[in-house]
Design a protein. Structure first.
Ligand code: HEC
Ligand code: HEM
Ligand code: CU
Ligand code: CU
Lengths: 311, 546
């Protein structure tokens, strides 16, 4: 079940991956046999019956009923086998075990956030090993798709409804999560990680990250920065993403596309979050989402401002 | 071309005579010029896409530019090349000749269809230049496209307008085949190319309105904010996908059936043998034209559609796949005890068999539910559909163009150049697209501007992408070479004879080297089937006793 990657498939790191792979290889090998059969016959005929003279006029050959029947029967049996097999594994893929641990997933352009039952929010997906995990997923904007190649799971993530995937990983390691439904500019940067940990490490991580009411505003701001997906567009280390970096932002002079400029004081930061279209920073497209005024509380916004000022 | 004889090319002179022509052969040539130009455009865009992906990180295009370029590439190749090209060029030129008619049933409608096609195409290209660049992908999925700039409306209107061209062409062919066959041209004497174009025409007429309506709905939603697809307005985003694939799956038959028709004719002519399974090929094409409407949901296995629908769609996909497999067996069997002549068109026919078989088998892989969950929206799907659309439909078209070239132009191309180009295309194509199967099954998603993040886990992605990019350049060189020797042949090519391949269908046996305006001097009387080489003493001379 826990096999290494081959030239065809990535490492198999979930309980169902082995079943998917077995089917994949069955079809692959059958296909190769069929392909080699067809193409070598083709090449053989092309050579064996090559034209020898312009005047060649072979006698017509008409269909042989027996051969034709075998062409129908044989492929039909093959596809019936792969269909039924594929259907069985598909049901396994689709039905989470009743004891699954549930995590909420929110996708947006262009980031993922994972919310745990105790309120912990994270940009990476931490999960315990050997424990079925069920993700309840929804999107804040367009359609995205949650894909972990090593687990062989994928499901579209839609706005206004839930979709689900489940998996159980026997392997403690880190795996890539990618978005596979085209969603605009940074679609190809919409990554996250699944970090599979032992139950103890996982529990430790969960309690370390729990908000017990003693956080400073800047620490709360840091969480919101992850939870709300600001990190997808704003870096903390000076690198440029879809939006300007927060490094050195507070107190600097901002130039806007309308030719005006202003100093980035608390009020400016606040306005930039609640009304991003008011002033557009020069050199950036007006793509910052406008919903934060509605979704963030006054406290949240204060916390974010405090957080930004730390950089 | 200064032919001494009187023919459709020199019957009237001047640009105006071409732009107002109702001669099906000239309209075919108009389509050839237009589709050729769009293919060149689409191809240049493809090299941009591949160059960007050749090395990790950003190389020549930014994220947004990349997204715009792959969108335009897809739209141009699908809507302006693969869908219209074979019916537009070869359907127009060959079908009336093959049934023994002097034109299509509605010649003026035929010209109108070319103008509509051009209007749609120019709307797409001019919209791009002057209105705005679209980055939704050729699939225009909502709600992404609902939120995109209004330039998307231009592009979808362009698709809408070009759709009517497709409907008009389809109508014309259906009526022509029903009403204008020459005496003796019974249904079971129709060449398989004509059968295929006929089946395609049915799909064009039935399916194209659906994409038209979908585009109108998108338009209404964006302009009037009626909630149809956009969840923010109370619409259903998945509904769009249903509508879209309800057209676009049948559309894959609009792309592939005509190419299958070409391959049937090529296999017969260049094997000088009765095409194995004639009746089956003819009738299953028509059956697929209808049944192809029932499998659209196989594009949506991970979209959240109900498991039951997915299961039914998967099953129907296989049922429809079986006849396609049988056709491949039939084409191979046609060579059995034949006399196989490996000229350039036949090389393309064999190349089609090679590539299309890979495309079809990987179609089975992505049709299997559990496996598709892993492969969907990765490069595996990209490789699959390029094997069928380019390796199948386009290679078929190129083979067909070589085959009918002497009839269209009165000239021969250089056979040696033809063979070299075919080899380059074959090698380039496989390097470009076979590598993408590995990329996809390992997990590289499609529509990705960059794959650097994957390199840590999959360092081989760099080499695979590089190989694919180099392959695309080789492919490009092969295709440009074809263009060059084709143009050279127009001016300098040796004169062709009326039936250089020894074919037995009417366009070769009953017309001049280059047909005149009215195709036939006298209405042909058909006395044998299209592949009855043993009866064709008129073509080969009286049979020697052996
Ligand atoms: C989709 C990308 C995106 C997301 C997500 C996003 N922003 Fe922005 N943001 C931008 C862009 C682009 C700009 C610059 C253009 C402008 O002024 O609107 C910007 C500007 C800003 C500015 C002003 C920066 C300056 O250089 O003057 C602040 C402050 C800011 N965002 C805070 C946030 C916070 C806090 C969040 C999360 C709650 C967030 N942004 C989420 C894209 C984003
Ligand atoms: C044996 C026949 C075939 C089968 C069983 C088959 C099956 C499939 C399936 C199941 C998909 C969806 C995969 C996914 O998105 O995960 C698909 C995608 C596709 N197929 Fe095929 N296919 C076949 C032949 C063809 C042919 C002949 C064409 C066109 C000439 C074609 C064109 C496409 C295209 C364009 C897509 C992807 C479209 C997109 O998502 O952009 N297929 N095919
Ligand atoms: Cu995405
Ligand atoms: Cu399909």
């Amino acid at each position: 079940m826990n096999q290494q990657s081959s030239i065809w498939l990535p490492e198999a790191a979930s309980t169902i991956a082995g079943d998917v792979d077995a089917l994949f290889y069955f079809i692959l090998i059958t296909s190769i046999i069929l392909f080699v059969g067809v193409i070598s016959t083709m090449v053989y005929f092309a050579w064996r019956y090559r034209r020898r003279s312009d005047a060649d006029r072979p006698e017509p050959v008409y269909e042989n009923k027996l051969v034709e029947a075998s062409w129908v029967v044989f492929p039909t049996i093959l596809v019936a086998v792969v269909f039924i097999w594929g259907f069985k594994v598909f049901l396994e893929q689709g039905i989470p075990p009743p004891n699954s641990y549930e995590i909420n997933v929110t996708a947006r352009k262009w980031s993922w956030t994972f919310t745990y039952p105790n309120g912990v929010v994270s940009a990476d997906l931490h999960v315990p090993t050997n424990q079925p995990v069920k993700l309840r997923m929804t999107s804040e904007d367009v359609i995205h798709s949650f894909f972990v190649p090593a687990f062989r799971v994928k499901a579209d993530v839609l706005n206004g409804r839930y979709s689900y995937v489940w998996f159980e990983s026997p392997k403690q390691d880190t795996f890539i999560v990618a978005c596979t439904e085209y969603c605009g500019t940074s679609h190809s940067d919409m990554y996250s990680r699944v970090i599979v940990q032992s139950q103890d490490e996982f529990d430790q991580w969960l309690s370390d990250n729990m908000d017990d009411g003693t956080l400073t505003p800047a620490e709360r701001g840091q969480r919101l920065y992850t939870q709300q997906g600001c990190f997808a567009c704003h870096s903390l280390d000076g690198s440029v993403a879809a939006g300007p970096t927060f490094l050195g932002l507070a107190g600097s002079v901002r130039n806007f596309t309308d030719g005006t400029s202003a100093e980035a004081d608390d009020n400016y930061l606040r306005t930039s979050i609640v009304n991003p279209m008011l002033q557009i920073v020069e050199g950036y497209p007006p793509v910052m989402p406008g919903q934060y005024a509605a979704t963030l509380s006054v406290d949240d916004i204060d916390a974010l401002v405090a957080f930004i000022k730390e950089y | 071309m200064s032919d001494t004889s009187h023919n459709y090319l020199n019957a009237k002179k001047g640009l105006w005579s071409w732009l107002t022509t109702t001669d099906h052969k000239r309209i075919g040539i108009l389509y050839a010029i237009a589709c050729g130009a769009f293919f060149l455009l689409g191809g240049i865009l493809a090299t941009f896409v591949r160059t960007e992906l050749g090395a990790p990180g950003e190389t020549i295009l930014g994220q947004d530019e990349y997204n715009q370029v792959f969108t335009l590439h897809g739209v141009v190749m699908v809507f302006l090349v693969i869908i219209p090209a074979i019916p537009g060029i070869l359907g127009n030129f060959v079908l009336p000749l093959q049934v023994g008619a002097n034109d299509v049933a509605f010649p003026r409608l035929n010209l109108a269809s070319w103008y509509l096609f051009m209007a749609g195409a120019l709307m797409a290209v001019c919209g791009w230049l002057f209105v705005g660049k679209v980055d939704t992908g050729w699939t225009f999925y909502t709600p992404y496209s609902s939120g995109a700039s209004n330039a998307v409306l231009w592009l979808t209107s362009a698709v809408f307008v070009a759709g009517f061209a497709s409907i008009f062409t389809g109508l014309n062919f259906i009526v022509t085949v029903h009403k204008m066959r020459a005496p003796g041209m019974t249904w079971n004497r129709l060449p398989l190319f004509t059968w295929a174009i006929y089946a395609t025409a049915i799909v064009q007429v039935l399916a194209t309105p659906v994409i038209g309506i979908t585009m109108v709905l998108l338009f209404l939603e964006k302009l009037l904010h009626i909630g149809i697809f956009d969840p923010a307005l109370g619409g259903d985003p998945v509904l769009f996908q249903h509508f879209f694939w309800f057209y676009s799956h049948p559309a894959v038959y609009i792309m592939i059936l005509p190419a299958m028709g070409i391959i049937s004719d090529l296999m017969g002519t260049f094997s000088r043998q009765h095409v194995s399974g004639y009746t089956f090929i003819a009738l299953s094409s028509v059956a697929i034209a209808f049944l192809g409407f029932l499998v659209w949901g196989h594009h949506m296995f991970v979209s959240g559609q109900s498991a039951l629908s997915s299961i039914i769609f998967s099953m129907l996909t296989f049922l429809i796949g079986i006849p396609t497999g049988i056709k491949v067996f039939n084409w191979v069997a046609t060579m059995y005890k034949g006399s196989v002549w490996l000229k350039t068109p036949m090389l393309y026919a064999l190349m089609f068999l090679f590539l299309f078989t890979i495309g079809g088998l990987t179609g089975i892989m992505v049709g299997v539910l559990a496996v598709d969950v892993h492969l969907h929206d990765t490069y595996f799907v990209v490789a699959h559909f390029h094997y069928v659309m380019m390796g199948g439909a386009l290679i078929g078209l190129i083979g067909g163009l070589h085959y009918w070239w002497p009839k269209m132009t009165g000239r021969m191309y250089n056979e040696k150049a033809g063979v070299i180009a075919a080899i380059l295309v074959f090698i380039g194509f496989n390097l470009t697209f076979f590598t993408q199967f590995f990329l996809g099954s390992k997990g590289m998603p499609r529509r990705y501007h960059d794959y650097s993040e994957f390199l840590e886990t999959f360092p081989e992605f760099a080499a695979l992408n590089m190989t694919s990019t180099i392959g695309s350049y080789i492919l490009g060189v092969g295709l440009v070479m074809i263009l060059i020797y084709a143009l050279y042949s127009l001016v300098r090519g040796p004169r062709a004879t009326a039936n250089p391949w020894g074919a037995c269908t009417l366009e070769w046996t009953h017309t001049e080297t280059v047909p005149d305006e009215h195709n036939f001097h006298d209405t042909p009387l058909v006395t044998r089937g299209p592949y009855d080489y043993h009866l064709a003493d008129d073509v080969f001379g009286p049979k020697k006793e052996s």
